[in-house]
Design a protein around this ligand. Structure first.
Ligand SMILES: C[S@@+](CC[C@H](N)C(=O)[O-])C[C@H]1O[C@@H](n2cnc3c(N)ncnc32)[C@H](O)[C@@H]1O
Length: 569
């Protein structure tokens, strides 16, 4: 049945929170998005979030579907993050398949619906492919950046021969998978037994489909092999492969590609004919304010059900242990060079503040730079570097990292009777600065102390970044330079990660890389719940200006995944 969007008043879109059980008796929490009236008269779409994300991430697309005359049911899988029952530790792919079937059961029992279109991404798309192969209630299957060979994808990420190890009887125990502790043995065993893990299983499922299905393939996807998706689609004449230009596995990373994909997905839910192009599709958009309000509501619900178990300091201490691996990625080195260049030439005697220094990679860059310059022309006044961070661990690593280089500088300085650079470190929690409780806590420096301030990839993790920015403004001297950065919303680190582990890596590097990616999964979830906020270039510039700085330059770096701003006082 085709949707008639002319009957839909987009301002009336609303969401009901509902619960139902899956066939094993676990409670599923879901959202029903609709415009009221006779819901049975409109077609239905079932949406499943990506692994490690919640139904909230599918809200935006869901409201676009509703604005165009469809009803949507989007759910949190059980044994997963989100509001449904069960522990993430027990997550399995067949379990997620059972949960998707429960959505179909719920729609049939509550609304008499037995024709449903499904939309899913990444790993969830693999689950939906299985559901569609088994359950005739799916009338159309839409997969976005769908994984078709999960074992190969995990191998690509983890750099280990999963199948080989499994066949040798290797035990994983509790394993961190993309940022979440799961029972590795059960996950892998059920994956292999259910044939949800390999390409042959996907091809088999696709061959059995007797409804139209569309795979949207992100052209810059490093986790999914295009040739394998082509094999899956080619096995059945009802399949269609639609490339999404300039998109990575996390399609939302590129807002333009995401917008186009959105349109195409909405169109595909409504029509069997190919998408006619942006102008001709004539699709309706929901009211942005409605989406924002609903997003807030769901974020607040999530916060209540997903409170973090470790403190920020514990989290960052664990994360920073493995952070140095980033130095191996050429995109990160280019990023550091950019941050350094934006800081401007460091004059002799400059006072440099690194706010949220972590394990001091920017400090290393500064010391190398000074060393290079001093081998050419010695300066008589030493630079002073000051690192601030929340964690003892970060500061200790920073000191270790910096001492080696200071030693080099010391040798030159002694030979030429030049004083060596100063290094100072302070343990500090930026969230206690001028916080919302009206506290007037300040950084332990006088007004106008620093010539240059770097605040790299820190603001996003503060409850109130404005408190820190106001303090940085106070301690920067007039005419001084501030360089700040933030990962951009919906960033995708896959290419950076792959580059970091591309050449000359040790077993330790591989483990560090895995841990970094796992931490990225946790950071993403914290962003979804609203603990962290990633800023676009425009949003970061606004924050900086609100604190009294003038923006001098703005750009993207770190494989175009981070916004960087140079500002002055
Ligand atoms: C992603 S790391 C960035 C580290 C470093 N600036 C870099 O670019 O390599 C974020 C840093 O912010 C620090 N941080 C997070 N919350 C903080 C807080 N409330 N106060 C001080 N530092 C904090 C963490 O400890 C961590 O070192």
């Amino acid at each position: 049945m085709l949707a008639d969007s002319s009957q839909v008043e987009t301002g009336l879109i609303r969401t009901d929170f509902v619960t139902y059980q899956n066939r094993t008796g676990l409670r599923i929490a879901a959202c029903l998005d609709h415009v009221g009236g006779d819901m049975r008269a409109r077609p239905w779409v079932l949406m499943m979030p990506k692994f490690g994300e919640t139904k909230k991430t599918t809200l935006h697309l869901a409201y676009h579907l509703v604005a165009n005359g469809l009803n949507v049911l989007r759910f949190d899988p059980t044994n997963h993050v989100g509001e449904s029952e069960g522990r993430m530790l027990d997550f399995t792919m067949p379990g997620a398949v059972t949960d998707a079937i429960a959505g179909l059961d719920y729609l049939e029992a509550s609304f008499g619906v037995n024709q449903v279109t499904t939309v899913a991404n990444s790993l969830s798309a693999r689950c939906m492919l299985r559901v569609a192969a088994k359950d005739s209630r799916i009338q159309k299957l839409i997969c976005v950046a769908g994984v078709v060979n999960l074992i190969a994808t995990i191998q690509e990420i983890n750099k280990e021969d999963l199948l080989g190890l499994y066949q040798q009887g290797h035990h994983w125990g509790v394993t961190d998978f993309l940022g979440f502790d799961i029972n590795g043995d059960v996950f892998l065993r059920t994956l292999i037994e259910s044939k949800l893990g390999d390409l042959a299983g996907s091809i088999e499922d696709a061959a059995r489909l007797n409804m139209p299905f569309v795979f949207f393939y992100a052209e810059r996807d490093v986790w999914v092999d295009k040739l394998e998706v082509e094999q899956v689609v080619a096995v059945n004449p009802r399949g269609q492969l639609v490339p999404v230009a300039a998109a990575m596995h996390e399609v939302r990373e590129n807002p333009q590609a995401a917008r186009q994909l959105f349109e195409q997905v909405v169109w595909t839910c409504l029509h069997d004919e190919p998408y006619p192009g942006e102008g001709a599709a004539n699709l309706r958009s929901p009211d942005k304010k409605l989406i924002l309000a609903q997003n807030r509501r769901e974020r607040d619900r999530m916060r209540r059900s997903e409170s973090p178990v470790e403190s920020e300091s514990e989290f960052w201490s664990r994360y920073l242990q493995k952070y140095s691996i980033l130095e191996k990625a050429s995109d990160y080195r280019t990023y550091l060079d950019l941050v350094g260049r934006l800081c401007g030439p460091l004059s002799p005697g400059a006072l440099v503040l690194d706010a949220g220094c972590g394990n001091g990679l920017f400090g290393l860059w500064v010391l190398r730079e000074v060393w290079q310059r001093q081998t050419l022309a010695p300066a008589d006044e030493p630079l002073v570097y000051v690192g601030l961070d929340l964690t003892q661990r970060g500061l200790a690593d920073a000191l270790d990292n910096h001492l080696g280089w200071r030693h080099q500088l010391h040798k030159i300085a002694t030979a030429r009777a030049v004083p060596r650079p100063g290094l100072q470190y302070f343990l500090i929690d930026f969230d206690r600065l001028r916080n919302e409780a009206g506290a007037t806590n300040q950084l332990p420096f006088q007004e106008g102390t620093f010539d240059v301030i770097c605040c790299s990839l820190v603001l996003s993790y503060l409850r109130r970044p404005q408190g820190l920015l106001l303090e940085l403004h106070r301690v920067l001297r007039p005419g001084g330079v501030l360089v700040v950065s933030s990962m951009k919303p919906n960033c995708d680190l896959s290419i950076i990660y792959r580059d970091a582990l591309a050449t000359n890596v040790t077993a330790e590097d591989i483990e560090a890389g895995r841990n970094l990616l796992r931490a990225a999964g946790k950071i993403k979830l914290k962003e979804e719940i609203g603990y962290y906020t990633f800023y676009s270039q425009a949003e970061l510039a606004e924050l900086v200006m609100d604190a009294g700085f003038n923006v001098l330059e703005s750009c993207l770096s770190l494989g175009e995944q981070a916004a960087v701003i140079k500002a002055g006082k």
